[in-house]
Design a protein around this ligand. Structure first.
Ligand SMILES: [Ca+2]
Ligand SMILES: [Ca+2]
Ligand SMILES: [Ca+2]
Ligand SMILES: [Ca+2]
Length: 442
């Protein structure tokens, strides 16, 4: 099936891609990437209910993410125990910007009925301590409990604590919902929910686990607009763990895991730097799209009047000028060029072939852009511009998904053809190609 769409140049430059289609519902979508699998059995009970809303145990089985230019999606497979008066919680700490706290200090912002302070220093020099190099800036508290089961989300800005701190309740929803948080303060539009139906993953206990969480596809799913995290552009470190309603008892369910062992108990005395390995995951920034200029041109029809292939690399109105040379049939293209280039992105989510061009001589013409599919040995993603006239325009043939558009050597191929479509003011019409390139999105 041919897929033709116009993307604005801005959207293409930012690397937006149709490949990122996460639906907030507590189920892991195919686009997620894993950054951690639990290595510790759960000391907070192994849920065996299999219900979307209710769970009789808590575990964090795997941590997956999708990061776009605007949003971070996180999926934490597992369960959170709940009941009419049971509210178990996941604390999610983010190190997303410079500064922040490696050890949680006194006077943390007032959130969750002022329980967040229970993890910080009590004045004697303790306080939950992260691994070296992790300096927390933001906190999201994900809570479920009650009957019917509700989901409640809290937020605190840790890095501004010296200025009094910022914290707010973001709102509530229900298990299996679309994650819309109702009734709170949610300036950036965070959305999240839980699907509690997992009965697999890690078993109950305190031993190490070989990775049973790797196949869990239900749990906590949250979309976080990056503005909520200070608009980071670099890596984002995240430490997540299950703890009790009072925020005064930490489980052994931490991601990354603790490598087997008992519940960690009072968070004030927990020091992740004294536990082997990193008790956090790292979300890399989204890879940048590549812009690829052609390095090879084969003219099937027409001849070069002026310029070279190098002129195609720059949008400067200095064009490669082509002219009708010999065409046997008056309905065939009179200028027809095949272009190639090489990208380092071998499995792109989308490929856009972009051409800024115009007629030099007047008349009635049209232009076709198409991309070569190396798998099917055929041209696809036709963009037909009709009329094609003497005013410069930039047109795009968009392949999204981009199956077959890059071969195993990173090679791209596309063609530009100009056809007569009626009268011509000149028996040998001329065409300008100013800018020709591919935008390859990871
Ligand atoms: Ca989902
Ligand atoms: Ca930080
Ligand atoms: Ca389990
Ligand atoms: Ca550690």
């Amino acid at each position: 099936m041919k897929s033709i769409r116009f993307f604005s140049l801005c959207a293409a430059a930012l690397g937006f891609s149709a490949a990122h289609a996460q639906t907030i519902d507590g189920q892991r979508d195919a686009g997620y990437t894993d950054v951690a699998v639990q290595n510790t059995e759960t000391g907070f009970g192994d849920s065996n209910l299999g219900l979307i809303d209710k769970a009789n145990g808590s575990e964090l089985d795997r941590f997956s993410y999708v990061r776009t230019a605007t949003d971070l999606y996180i999926f934490i497979g597992g369960n959170l125990e709940n009941g009419p008066s049971v509210y178990q919680k996941v604390a999610i700490f983010f190190d997303s910007i410079p500064g922040g706290y490696n050890r949680l200090p006194q006077d943390l912002p007032d959130i969750d009925f002022n329980r967040l302070i229970r993890m910080g220093d009590d004045g004697s020099g303790n306080g939950l301590t992260f691994d070296a190099g992790f300096e927390a800036d933001h906190y999201i508290g994900f809570v479920n409990g009650g009957d019917p089961v509700g989901v409640f989300v809290n937020y605190a800005q840790i890095e501004t604590i010296g200025n009094g701190g910022v914290a707010y309740y973001m709102g509530s929803t229900f298990p299996g919902s679309n994650g819309f948080l109702d009734g709170g303060n949610n300036p950036f539009g965070v959305a999240g929910t839980i699907d509690n139906s997992n009965t697999a993953g890690v078993p109950g206990g305190f031993g190490s686990d070989p990775g049973n969480g790797a196949t869990v596809t239900t749990g906590i799913e949250i979309r976080i607009p990056l503005g909520q995290l200070g608009s980071p552009t670099g890596p984002i470190k995240i430490c997540a763990f299950v703890h009790s309603d009072g925020l005064d008892f930490l489980s052994n369910q931490v991601l990354k895991g603790i490598g087997g062992g008992d519940n960690l108990a009072d968070p004030r005395f927990v020091n992740f730097s004294s536990i082997s390995g990193d008790q956090y995951v790292v979300i890399p920034p989204p890879a940048a799209p590549e812009t690829i200029a052609p390095d090879a041109l084969t003219l099937q029809r027409g001849q070069i009047i002026s310029g070279t292939i190098a002129d195609l690399a720059t949008d400067n109105n200095v064009a490669l000028r082509l002219k009708k040379f010999f065409v046997a049939n008056p309905v065939e293209p009179f200028v027809w060029g095949t272009l190639q280039g090489t990208t380092s992105i071998l499995t792109p989510s989308s490929v856009t072939f972009r051409v800024k061009s115009r007629m030099v001589t007047g008349g009635q013409f049209r232009q076709e852009l198409e991309q070569w599919n190396w798998n099917t040995s055929s041209y696809e993603n036709l963009l037909n511009t009709n009329p094609f006239n003497t005013v410069y325009g930039t047109r795009e043939s968009v392949a999204s998904p981009a199956t077959g558009k890059v071969n195993g050597s990173g090679r791209l191929q596309a063609r530009i053809r100009t056809f007569p479509n009626g009268i011509s003011a000149n028996p040998l019409p001329e065409v300008d190609w100013d800018l020709v390139n591919w935008i390859v999105n990871p």
